[in-house]
Design a protein around this ligand. Structure first.
Ligand code: PHE
Length: 779
């Protein structure tokens, strides 16, 4: 590796030297011409020029955009093997060949014959084609070779036009470099070393070397990539965690293929039961039969099915061993529960709490919400004298842990449980009770043949993993969750606290996104880790005798929230061009009074075109370089649908890029705080003269959001009337100076084009606001 690198360096050096000598001789070097004359690739020459340029003023470089010619694949082919006509000429023996023979065997014979005749290389004699000259010069090949090597100037334009028509060559754009002598021109540059090596030190060579300066501006890798769990698997691990917290033990579910015996018979499911039909169950053809089932247990199962026992009369039919031995893909994980309960009875019963989460298979018609396979979550609790009360309590505890508190039970039927209950939960979003699982107490007809003692009862419940996952991720089509159409973004963007997000479904009054509580916890955890890391670094530095700058406050304040000066705020705002968030302009303006601020506008691919005005959204205040600014606001115009929430702007602030701030009102709150921390003189929100005002502003912001952004037209107009009544008494909405509330209301009225028809005092107020110096760029 090292040797070859070194060689490359030396070769590059040669070209650099050649360029310098050519410069000394001719005063100027054009990169592409130089490449042709020196028989080097253009790329290599450009590389050498760049290296020379980096030395300072040795050379001056000017870029020139050029159009040049390049061979197509076919052109390259002819350049190496010769034109069709030349190949035909060369293939003919002196006595020639018959026309039919040539046509049958020579590729492109028609074209080759025509061109060779035209060139008078061949002539016809009766049926035969014979050479007319003794030797030829293949001009086509010579031209194409020249073009391939970059020497297209030697080929006349008329011929190039003809080759272009024949698709042998094409025109391409090219950037070439014109090099001239610089103020510090010299032909004896030395290669600058990038590294000081052990060898240089030992040999003393380093004394005569020059070294490349360090690049202190080079950026480290910011983004730390790691592996991600598939959302479904992430949810599985969370459910697993819940079971483990509740003291459950995981059952071994590592067999998709099961016998009908364990899947159905052991569960007292009669052999005529419709679910055992091939329309509902996938049977396995090879191997079609299970190898063995414990014989004495099988006999007990057979007896219970056909004639009963343990206080039951059974199903009164001829039980078939054949049927029970069939192999199938398990249709539920209750098959695993049956195996485990049997094993438990054999080993001597002890109370247990078991769970499993794994895949099961059903021969279902595929549709948007069903696949032929899904994951089942199952909980089983076996103990003396458990009753349905215990089952209900267990289920309640379990669902509470995933944030589902409103539960109802409905009597149901399962062959293996009595009583059986379907579990329903109230879905606030859908405003109805939805089924979330199935449950019951296992029947004695199932438990006693296994050898589970008389007084023991077993409570169990099951649910699918996909259903809550689809609700949580807001997915309507199962194929967006399972299979090749799963979007990577779903995996990359999915929040850490998924189950908390689920909680939101049942409590719509909490704001969107993960709950504050879970975010705080997560943040604390990150902080703890960061502080531990910092301590480590400080320790290492101290051991090395290095004094660190006081950097820890930067990290922590950035994470503990609260905008701070001196840190870079990299804010990205997505907004729909149909609802430009005008208030943010005033805030950007306010920010620019203290911060060196970088303002940018981009257009996402979902937006075809935006007006000049929106392209210049931030007004005239562009210009500060991103690296020199402490706040960077990037606005991205994006269209994401027509719903009120899709029309709402969103904002991400690094480094907490996982958290989105939604809505112009909330973005406004964030940016106003930033303004206030910096200026103390521009008080738009929290630092406004009293906290009563802040509360009033808050109320107005929320109202404005719910009436204007989320409301319908009727709500909007009546709210304007309300505001108008307020403005009868005051010149601003809150207090005697402009606040965030004024900015947001004004922005909404502009977006919704409601200002024209607004009452006169609202109009007057809007004029007053627009005259305020912060609103210079408002519209
Ligand atoms: N096996 C049931 C199903 O597939 C779920 C269940 C498990 C019901 C345990 C009762 C007890 O739907």
């Amino acid at each position: 590796m090292r040797a070859s690198c070194h060689n490359m360096g030396a070769e590059g050096m040669d070209v650099q030297q050649q360029i310098l000598h050519a410069l000394e001789k001719n005063g100027v070097v054009i990169s592409n011409e130089f490449a042709v004359s020196e028989k080097e690739t253009h790329q290599k020459v450009v590389g050498a020029i760049k290296s020379l340029e980096s030395l300072g003023n040795v050379i001056n470089v000017k870029q020139i955009a050029l159009k040049t010619w390049e061979c197509t694949d076919e052109g390259n082919n002819l350049a190496t093997s010769g034109s069709h006509e030349a190949r035909l000429f060369n293939s003919l023996p002196p006595e020639g060949r018959s026309l039919t023979d040539i046509k049958a065997s020579f590729p492109n014979s028609n074209f080759a014959l025509g061109a060779a005749m035209k060139n008078k290389w061949l002539k016809k004699e009766g049926e035969k084609v014979i050479p007319a000259v003794s030797a030829i010069e293949d001009e086509v090949q010579i031209h194409l070779k020249a073009i391939a090597a970059g020497g297209e100037n030697s080929v006349p334009d008329k011929i190039k036009a003809e080759y272009k028509k024949r698709k042998l060559i094409k025109e391409v754009d090219m950037t070439v470099f014109e090099v001239s002598k610089g103020s510090a021109f010299t032909t004896s540059v030395m290669k600058q070393e990038a590294e000081l090596t052990k060898e240089m030190i030992e040999s003393g060579q380093w004394k005569g070397k020059t070294f490349k300066p360090f690049n202190f501006k080079s950026k480290g890798r910011i983004e730390q990539r790691s592996g991600y769990l598939h959302p479904l698997m992430q949810l599985r691990s969370e459910f697993r965690q819940i079971f483990l917290e509740m003291g459950f033990t995981e059952m071994p579910t590592n067999n998709y293929v099961e016998s009908a015996f364990w899947n159905f018979d052991a569960l007292f499911q009669p052999q005529q039961h419709p679910a055992r039909d091939a329309h509902d169950t996938f049977y396995v053809a090879e191997p079609g039969k299970t190898i063995s089932v414990p014989e004495d247990y099988l006999q007990k199962v057979k007896k219970t099915h056909s004639s009963g026992g343990y206080g039951s009369i059974g199903y009164q039919y001829d039980w078939s061993r054949e049927e029970a031995h069939k192999n199938l893909l398990r249709t539920h994980t209750t098959a695993v529960s049956a195996r485990m309960l049997y094993k438990l009875a054999q080993e001597g019963f002890q109370p247990v709490k078991f769970f499993s989460i794994d895949r099961v298979f059903r021969n279902e018609t595929l549709d948007a919400t069903h696949l032929a396979e899904f994951n089942q979550i199952e909980g089983v609790v076996a103990d003396y004298s458990l009753s349905i009360k215990n089952l209900m309590g267990l289920i309640k505890g379990f669902f509470e842990k995933i944030g589902i508190t409103k539960l109802r039970f409905k009597p149901a039927y399962n062959p293996y449980t009595e009583p059986s209950m379907e579990i329903f939960s109230y879905h606030e979003g859908l405003k109805k009770w939805v089924e979330v699982g199935n449950s019951g107490m296992f029947r004695p007809e199932m438990l006693r043949p296994m050898g589970i003692p008389e007084k023991v009862t077993v409570a169990a419940w099951g649910l699918s993993l996909e259903r809550p996952a689809m609700i949580m991720y807001g997915i309507n089509n199962i194929r967006e969750l399972v299979g090749p159409r799963v979007k990577m973004e779903l995996i990359l963007d999915n929040p850490l606290c998924t189950i908390d997000k689920f909680r939101k479904q049942d409590q719509p009054d909490t704001s969107s996104g993960p709950t504050v509580e879970s975010l705080t916890k997560r943040q604390e955890l990150i902080l703890d880790r960061l502080l531990a890391l910092q301590a480590k670094v400080a320790n290492i530095a101290a051991n090395m005798g290095v004094k660190l700058e006081d950097s820890d406050t930067a990290v922590t304040t950035q994470l503990t929230g609260g905008p701070q000066l001196g840190i870079i705020h990299d804010v990205v705002i997505y907004a729909d061009p149909r609802r430009p968030p005008y208030s943010l302009r005033a805030l950007a303006n306010a920010l620019s009074t203290t911060y060196s601020i970088c303002l940018r506008v981009h257009c996402h691919s979902t937006v075809k075109e935006v007006s000049e005005k929106l392209q210049q959204f931030w007004g005239a205040k562009y210009g500060v370089d991103r690296s020199k600014s402490s706040v960077c606001l990037t606005l991205v115009w994006r269209q994401d649908g027509d719903s009120p929430t899709a029309l709402m702007p969103t904002m991400t602030v690094s480094p907490l890029a996982a958290n989105q701030v939604c809505g112009e009102h909330n973005i406004g709150r964030y940016l106003s705080r930033l303004v206030e921390v910096a200026t103390h003189s521009i008080n738009l929100y929290e630092c406004s003269s009293s906290s009563v005002f802040t509360a009033q502003i808050d109320e107005l912001l929320d109202q404005c959001h719910s009436k204007f952004t989320l409301g319908n037209n009727r709500e909007r107009t009546s709210y304007v009337r309300e505001l108008s009544a307020k403005l009868d008494k005051e010149s601003y909405l809150v207090g005697s100076s402009i606040t965030l509330a004024d900015l947001l209301v004004l922005s909404n009225l502009l977006q919704l084009r409601m200002l024209e028809s607004a009452p006169s005092n609202v109009l007057k107020w809007s004029k007053g606001c627009l005259e305020h110096h912060l609103c210079k760029y408002f519209i």
